[in-house]
Design a protein around this ligand. Structure first.
Ligand code: FMN
Length: 198
């Protein structure tokens, strides 16, 4: 059980928010597709501007034909630990939308914001189900775009590793030390009434 002393909420919230964290050690348990679909189902219910639902998830599970290709979508550092996860998901967002009542596709100013909300929902559902998620910005954008044949209107946001949390002792020395839930800035540094006080 990780040390969670640095993760105490200063105001009352549901415990699920501090319980979710991003480990790098996973057991060798594989992820049933139905379970993974339940995580996408949670993401599906995120809010989005115009209800445009710009998020897209492309995934591979360990033990399936696309696995090695998806591990290759990560940079070297992320490959070193995420290759032991049970699934890798590429989060993509559609950067255009057609507003209600219009037949014109226009740039969507909030596609990344909306996809971020969806990933957050996914992460919380996974955590509630006993699985861990770990987002990764360290990915090979050109490779992903080419191999998934993405048109320019689709933006690659991040990758997510999903797995059953495992024993940190299985990690190499350098990563083992980092395998602790992280703290957060105090609320006073991120929220202010009436003026930008930061
Ligand atoms: C968009 C995004 C990109 C991230 N990229 C990486 C990454 O490439 N490699 C990595 O090991 N962790 C990555 N992280 C994990 C963060 O470092 C981690 O979420 C943060 O330190 C907060 O810790 P917690 O998720 O355990 O609460 C990323 C997280 C997010 C949300």
């Amino acid at each position: 059980m990780p040390d969670t002393t640095s993760r105490q909420a200063d105001h009352p919230i549901d415990p699920q928010f501090v319980a979710r964290w991003s480990p790098r050690a996973y057991t060798d348990e594989t992820l049933p597709e139905a379970t993974l679909l339940s995580f996408f189902e949670a993401a599906r219910w995120a809010p989005s501007a115009y209800n445009a639902q710009p998020w897209r998830f492309v995934y591979a599970r360990r033990g399936t034909p696309h696995w090695e290709q998806f591990v290759g979508f990560l940079n070297e550092f992320n490959q070193s630990w995420a290759k032991h996860a049970a699934a890798i998901v590429i989060v993509i967002s559609k950067s255009t939308l057609t507003p209600p009542g219009s037949d014109q596709e226009v740039p969507a100013s909030t596609h990344a914001f909306d996809a971020g909300a969806a990933w957050g929902y996914l992460a919380l559902q996974a955590s509630l189900s006993g699985w861990a998620t770990h987002a990764m910005a360290g990915i090979e954008h050109d490779k992903i775009r080419n191999e998934l044949d993405l048109s320019p209107k689709y933006k690659i946001e991040a990758a997510i590793a999903i797995g059953r949390p495992g024993d940190p002792a299985t990690l190499p020395e350098g990563l083992r030390k980092r395998e602790v839930p992280s703290p957060r800035e105090p609320l006073s540094k991120i929220a202010a009434e009436g003026r930008f006080a930061f």
